[in-house]
Write a protein that binds this ligand. Structure first.
Ligand code: C2O
Ligand code: CU
Ligand code: CU
Length: 449
């Protein structure tokens, strides 16, 4: 897979300048079987330094692809990933220090499915592109000429980039797909730089959620809608046996704390909604699909027992106008312009400073709170369980394996442990997944030994 400078038509009729991974925009969907080593050869054909991080993978720090594993222009990185975790939908994206937001927005991102014996033998739709579809959801802004635009203004740094147009797998929504008559699986990735997305189905149909970031839920969760932060993945099942067509709808205003209220008002007052249809699935009655009912039991999820934790750590996500943070961020040369400085526990990310070390296999509780704004917090090298999200238990669909937790207002608490080593020269990261915030310094590093 090569990191390429390219051009891509998002469906606006003109080509935009983009980056791609072996193609004009985004990367391929990779399928891996757990229990196997996955060798890669990644050549950087860009004019700038880059990296490729495997988001969601439980692998050692030295192959994690974080900001320390730089691939210089013209160079090739050859990591071998020992994939040993449970079935899950993961992704990979640029993690270049100070450049993650721009490079990922330009197209350096892709999806990796991990399968295991259970996921392959079970009654799930598994035919890639037949009854198992991967949807990379992103928001973009297109200029008058239909070209993708992105600029690091002060506002973009402070709030993260938010575009007004939904793009699905690199094409302006809605996209169309014929599906067989039977169960259909959608794997959703919110690959927006900063936008939270609220997902629902047309005609207010019930969503059946089967998996979150790190694998299957204990059982299928029925819900009206799910809110996805940047970086989150969810898998849902649709039963197309008895319906001709269904739409997956996405609301772009998930960042508003009062999203629901505004939506209700908007719809009530003007009879319009700000939902965009991401994909329209149309049943092909002549193509029989998997005839099975919605599965009930999916996986054995251990109880997330807070008493198993051997220690607690606290993280306060800082942003705004503290002069010292801004000055420090600027003097450390990251791309956080506009005088905005961000950090965690009072200090921005610094490449040569490891913030702490954790012991392998020892459960810890990480408590995260935000000074202001809503932040999606991510930890490398693990899947964790959310104990509380903003002071309350997480929605049921977020109670399984996760590597993202939302933080706003109250405390969010996760129970986490790490199985793999991350040394001082190849530490893991924890950070806000609003990529502009990450670039601005809302990130830290830790070792596992
Ligand atoms: Cu998806 Cu540290 O990133
Ligand atoms: Cu990650
Ligand atoms: Cu943030």
């Amino acid at each position: 897979m090569d990191l390429l400078q390219s051009q891509h038509d998002f469906g606006t009729g003109v080509k935009s300048q983009t980056f791609g991974i072996g193609q004009s925009y985004l990367g391929p969907v990779i399928k891996a079987k757990s229990g196997h080593d996955l060798p890669f050869e990644i050549t950087n054909q860009l004019d700038e330094v880059s990296t490729l991080h495997w988001h969601g993978l439980h692998i050692r720090g030295d192959v994690d692809g974080g900001p320390h594993q730089e691939i210089q222009p013209g160079q090739t990185w050859r990591p071998v990933l020992p994939v040993s975790q449970r079935a899950s939908t993961n992704w990979f994206h640029s993690h270049t220090h100070g450049r993650t937001a721009r490079q990922t927005h330009m197209g350096l991102a892709g999806v990796m499915h991990i399968e295991d014996d259970a996921s392959l033998s079970a009654d799930f739709p598994n035919g890639y592109g037949i009854d198992d579809f991967t949807l990379v959801l992103q928001d973009k802004q297109f200029g008058d000429l239909g070209r993708m635009t992105y600029g690091l203004t002060g506002d973009v740094l402070e709030n993260g980039f938010q575009g007004d147009t939904l793009v699905v797998n690199g094409t302006v929504a809605p996209v169309h797909q014929m599906v067989p008559s039977g169960l259909v699986r959608l794997r959703l990735l919110n690959a927006c730089n900063a936008r939270f997305l609220k997902i629902s189905l047309s005609d207010m149909q019930t969503l059946h959620v089967i998996a979150s970031d790190g694998g299957f839920l204990a059982s299928t969760v029925e819900t009206d809608s799910i809110v996805m932060s940047p970086g989150e993945r969810y898998e849902i099942l649709l039963d197309m046996t008895n319906q001709d067509r269904i739409g997956l709808e996405v609301s772009l205003n998930g960042n508003e704390g009062q999203g629901d209220l505004f939506e209700g008002l908007w719809q009530g007052l003007w009879g319009v909604s700000n939902f965009v249809t991401a994909i329209i699935l149309t049943r092909d009655p002549l193509r029989p699909g998997l005839q099975a009912s919605m599965p009930n039991h999916l996986a054995n999820l251990p109880v997330a027992d807070p008493l198993s934790a051997v220690r607690k750590r606290e993280f306060l996500l800082n942003m705004g106008d503290e002069a010292d943070l801004a000055a420090i961020a600027t003097s450390w040369g990251n791309l956080c312009g506009g005088g905005v400085g961000m950090g965690i526990n009072g200090r921005p990310m610094k490449m040569d400073h490891v913030n702490f070390g954790v012991k392998r296999g020892q459960p810890e509780i990480w408590r995260i709170q935000s000074e202001e704004q809503l932040h999606p917090f991510h930890i490398h090298g693990c899947s964790f369980r959310i104990l509380r999200q903003n002071d309350v238990p997480p929605p049921v669909y977020a109670s399984g394996w996760k590597d993202m937790v939302s933080v706003q207002g109250g405390w969010s608490e996760v129970l986490v442990s790490f199985d793999h080593e991350a040394t001082k020269t190849a530490p893991y990261m924890y950070h806000c997944h609003i990529l502009e915030h990450e670039d601005c310094g809302m990130m830290g590093q830790f070792t596992v030994s």
